[in-house]
Design a protein around this ligand. Structure first.
Ligand code: NIG
Ligand code: FE
Length: 418
């Protein structure tokens, strides 16, 4: 099947030779080709250019033409941090928060992650898969074209493996890039466990099982006061590094305890959350970025919005030349939305990101933060046509200006309009 899209108001992120990521001030120069055309054949982008040099149509047979007057075409969103596999909503906890309890208080009472773990353990793999599949379809319909998914609601070997097998089944079922992260140290399970003994158990017993089944692309820990400290995080990252698995780590959500530096020194692929950051953290991220082997700074503004906590100081990271990624953190406790357009909107409105910075962070840099830059994040010849067509807009700032409107008109995966 051949498709030709013409009169595109702006073709965003289109490259002859794409870089694998953009850092600091480069993010604002994510390219926009104005008045453009795009050609797709059998689900693959074959060519693009400016309408000024449009070659015309020689062969009309089997050609589908789409007029994109007034509309932008973007690479599909790359959501590099989600907890999309879970058993049940936690809207009851949300109500408790409205009645005055904090996220941490609810967790301390056995709610939060432990609540999700209780529900997940009693759910069958087939049912978990069926629900996760529906959620993934919904995310894709809202414009997501690649995604990372974590375990971490199992909190015992069997249930963690169950979650990871569900993610593997999603990988087999969908053509889009999907990465699996073993969130090994998410919360200390009930019983006689301490953060230390649980981490030791993970490293000695569970990680080898996960590796043996080839279930994880990355490992993750919740490095935070009351969860897992520096020692435990280091133990996990060392064990993973020793077998060639990189990490994507929850750090600096509520407190600064030195996790950012630890992760960078352990060659983490990304540090995620970063609602609180100090100048030492930023300097360490800057140094890594300048070395050419960056640790991506992943901001999750949906979590800040939903929990009413601070937003990542993205401007400082950009000024320091750090590559920033944006992701949803989709989960039932702190960010119950898989909608990346909403994340981009929040990034612009609440973190003052320039529209092109936010788009680059949600596409090319998101792809790099889950090592699928060769398949996602840009528009380039030979790539799968996983793209978004927006509703007509005056400019890309309308992504946030029209804050009540859904900006995505159509989503194409492998050239197919969903
Ligand atoms: O990224 N902070 C740790 N983990 C998740 C939320 C977990 C939950 O509340 O279910 C997050 O926010
Ligand atoms: Fe998370």
């Amino acid at each position: 099947m051949r498709q030709l899209w013409k009169n595109i108001k702006g073709l965003v992120g289109a490259y002859d030779t794409p870089p694998s990521y953009l850092r600091g001030g480069e993010m604002r120069s994510f390219p926009v080709l104005e008045q453009a055309w795009l050609a797709i054949e059998d689900g693959v982008i074959v060519d693009f250019g400016s309408m000024d040099s449009f070659p015309g149509i020689a062969d009309w047979s089997g050609l589908e033409v789409l007029d994109c007057e007034g509309k932008y075409v973007l690479p599909a969103w790359c959501d590099s941090h989600t907890h999309l596999v879970f058993a049940a909503s936690r809207s009851g906890e949300f109500l408790s928060r409205l009645e005055g309890k904090s996220y941490q208080e609810i967790a301390a009472e056995g709610g939060g992650i432990l609540n999700s773990a209780r529900a997940l353990r009693s759910m069958s793999e087939a049912d978990l898969f069926a629900d996760a599949r529906k959620r993934l379809l919904q995310a894709i319909h809202s414009g997501t074209g690649s995604i990372e998914i974590k375990s971490g609601y199992g909190l015992d070997a069997e249930a963690e493996l169950k979650m990871l097998r569900v993610i593997r089944a999603l990988k087999e079922d969908f053509s889009i890039p999907i990465k699996a992260t073993f969130l090994a140290c998410h919360a200390v399970p009930k019983g006689n466990w301490t953060a230390q003994s649980w981490t030791k158990h993970i490293v000695e017993k569970v990680l080898p099982m996960v590796v043996q089944e080839g279930l994880a692309d990355y490992v993750d820990a919740f490095c935070e006061k009351g969860y897992f400290g520096l020692e435990e995080t280091q133990l996990l990252l060392d064990a993973a590094s020793a077998i060639g698995i990189r990490s994507k780590v929850h750090v600096n959500q509520f407190n600064i305890i030195g996790g950012v530096k630890l992760c960078i020194n352990s060659n983490a692929l990304s540090v995620d959350h970063l609602e609180v950051l100090d100048s030492e953290d930023i300097a360490a991220l800057q140094l890594a970025a300048e070395s050419g082997n960056p640790t991506f700074a992943t901001s999750l503004p949906g979590c800040s919005y939903f929990l009413g906590i601070s937003y990542t100081p993205v401007g400082d990271l950009v000024n320091a030349g750090v590559p920033v990624a944006l992701a949803t953190d989709f989960n039932p406790g702190s960010a119950p939305s898989s909608n990346m357009s909403r994340v981009v909107q929040l990034a612009i409105l609440k973190m003052k990101m320039h529209p092109l910075e936010a788009i680059a962070a949600a596409t090319i840099n998101g792809a790099a933060a889950m090592e699928c830059s060769d398949r996602a994040g840009v528009i380039a010849r030979g790539r799968a046509a996983n793209v978004i067509v927006t509703h007509p807009m005056q400019g890309l700032e309308d992504l946030a200006y029209d804050f009540g409107k859904e900006p995505v008109d159509k989503v194409f995966i492998d050239g197919v309009n969903l």
